[in-house]
Design a protein around this ligand. Structure first.
Ligand code: FAD
Ligand code: SF4
Length: 491
């Protein structure tokens, strides 16, 4: 049987055809020299790779080398590998002698299914339509050809503000893994790389909070389905300063490392609904994220040409400032931004809304270079991978392609943060003010952004009301002048 080469994001049992198949794992140091990763991300990836090697014992060879090519030369036998998850890695495996490339694994829908669905569709490709197709194709939450409950999306039942007066959601915290000797060894190696090999990281080190094995990932999944899923839906979009995890699953890094098969989680959520353990709105919300968004952004990465990653249609030319790049949350006064940036610094993770409506929103308003943000998100988050970035950052968060996958930019003022969180109450700024000492940088930044990009943003019904409001603002020039004085200093 040919040896299966597993990249460090292909680590679960579903990446092997046979339980006894010989395996190759490669720890390539050049990867860590190329980018400045979050320290906890580097730890998680190495820990997961080494745990897999330990699980497989004699069945696997773990080679430590500077590059993948060097390790393969040392191995000296043919290998096969599942379709890698980045264009760079795909080009590499196609270039190397003796490597057979197999179809991708780790996603629910196949490349062929997506091509068939996308072919012949006119206009923008929309997640909603793909999601419906995928549910029908795989029989998820359907009765015949119809959705369980009569509606494909229960999004309007979700998206609630946080419960009044609560500082935390009333759910048990996520199950956390326990570190072991392998983690201790990884930590010592990373310390040494930093001191002696000139490899640099960002963010703080801390206890490993994300699963490094399939067993740990399944434990987190079970705990989520039993205790946290019912609350997931209604508060999916809410933020609380004292509750970074809310009722999210914290499983993205496990899916992206290949530890957990997404279909296992989807079927688990479906069963929770059938047994009456979770309401349909929460289950549908979770399935939409995983089968809808996750598969959709994966396919868009391959479907659109590589130049998509470099799109910058809003002409955003300012470099990402050092305080943001280096996760210097202490330099920031704006409570929402300081808290979310501190979360990234301390955990390498934030849930979807802080990523989109705090970090991404601020960058969009300020006109920071989208390609630099792609790198920043990729490096700073434990679940960051090339394939997930283009759609989420270029398409969704920075609107740098003028709406290939969204109908309008995800930009908002402080009113949104105020409605969806408890941040504004304790902030030095006031979300209602756009001018003066206490002007909220998000509110002022919102109007500045719209005024600056008025002619670039394509007109459509969803933007018409916003633009009419902009036209009625008498002080817009003063707001723009104020924000240009604020520039890229930490707000
Ligand atoms: P949950 O809220 O519990 O959702 C369940 C699962 O759905 C997630 O584990 C994830 O696998 C999947 N999912 C949900 N939304 C998306 C999405 N938009 N794209 C892909 N998968 C999704 N996700 C990543 O996996 N890696 C990233 O690097 C990443 N970067 C992002 C950057 C920006 C600017 C934005 C707006 C979103 C990004 N996301 C990324 C998507 C999403 O924010 C995370 O997947 C989610 O917050 C992870 O937390 P969770 O596992 O608790 O997710
Ligand atoms: Fe953020 Fe503005 Fe609210 Fe302060 S007032 S927390 S800066 S949205």
């Amino acid at each position: 049987m040919t040896r299966r080469w597993l990249f460090a994001d292909q680590l679960g049992p579903h990446f092997l055809d046979d339980r006894r198949q010989p395996v190759l794992l490669i720890e390539a140091k050049a990867v860590f020299r190329r980018r400045v990763f979050h320290r906890q991300k580097a730890h998680l990836v190495l820990s997961a790779l080494r745990h897999r090697a330990a699980e497989l014992g004699d069945q696997a060879r773990l080679l430590r080398a500077e590059t993948y090519a060097e390790a393969l030369r040392r191995l000296g036998e043919p290998v096969e590998v599942a379709h890698p998850t980045s264009r760079r890695a795909l080009a590499l495996v196609r270039r190397l002698d003796g490597v057979t490339v197999l179809p991708p694994k780790g996603f629910v829908t196949s490349l062929a299914d997506f091509a068939q669905w996308a072919d012949g569709r006119r206009g923008a490709l929309r997640m909603e339509a793909f999601y419906r197709f995928a549910r029908q194709r795989h029989g998820v939450l359907v009765e015949g050809a119809e959705p369980v409950g009569g509606r494909w999306s229960l999004d309007t039942d979700n998206r609630q503000s946080p419960p009044k007066g609560a500082t935390r959601l009333d759910v048990p915290p996520p199950s956390m893994p326990k570190e072991d000797d392998i983690d201790a060894e990884v930590r010592a190696d990373l310390d040494r790389w930093e001191k002696k090999d000139g490899i640099r990281f960002v963010g703080r080190d801390g206890p490993r909070r994300f699963p490094a094995t399939t067993r740990e990932a399944r434990a987190r999944l079970r705990h989520f389905l039993r205790h946290r899923l019912p609350t997931f839906g209604p508060y999916e979009d809410a933020m609380l300063a004292a509750d970074p995890w809310m009722a999210h699953s914290l499983l993205s890094s496990s899916f992206n490392l290949g530890l957990l098969d997404p279909m296992e989680a989807i079927r688990g959520a479906e069963r929770a609904y059938q047994r009456g353990q979770a309401p349909l709105a929460s289950v549908e919300g979770f399935v939409r994220q995983l089968l809808g968004w996750r598969d959709f952004v994966w396919h868009l990465y391959w479907h659109f040409d590589p130049s998509w990653r470099r799109r910058n249609e809003l002409a955003a030319r300012r470099p990402v400032p050092a305080w943001f790049r280096e996760l210097d949350a202490d330099a920031v006064t704006a409570r929402c931004l300081a808290d979310v940036l501190a979360g990234v610094r301390d955990h390498g993770w934030a849930h979807h809304i802080p990523r989109l409506m705090v970090l991404g929103n601020y960058a969009l308003q300020r006109g920071w270079r989208p390609a630099e943000l792609v790198d920043w998100f990729h490096q700073s988050f434990v679940d960051g991978y090339d394939w997930v970035m283009t759609a989420n950052v270029i398409g969704m968060s920075q609107y740098a392609d003028l709406g290939r996958m969204t109908t309008k930019p995800y930009v908002s003022g402080g009113a949104y943060v105020n409605r969806m969180s408890d941040y504004c109450g304790g902030c030095a700024y006031d979300p209602k003010q756009r001018l003066g000492e206490r002007a909220c940088p998000f509110t002022a930044g919102y109007w500045s952004f719209l005024a600056r990009n008025r002619d670039r943003i394509p007109g459509n019904a969803r933007m018409a009301r916003t633009m009419a409001q902009l036209d009625r603002l008498a002080d817009v020039d003063a707001v723009r002048a104020q924000e240009s004085r604020r520039g890229d200093t930490a707000p």
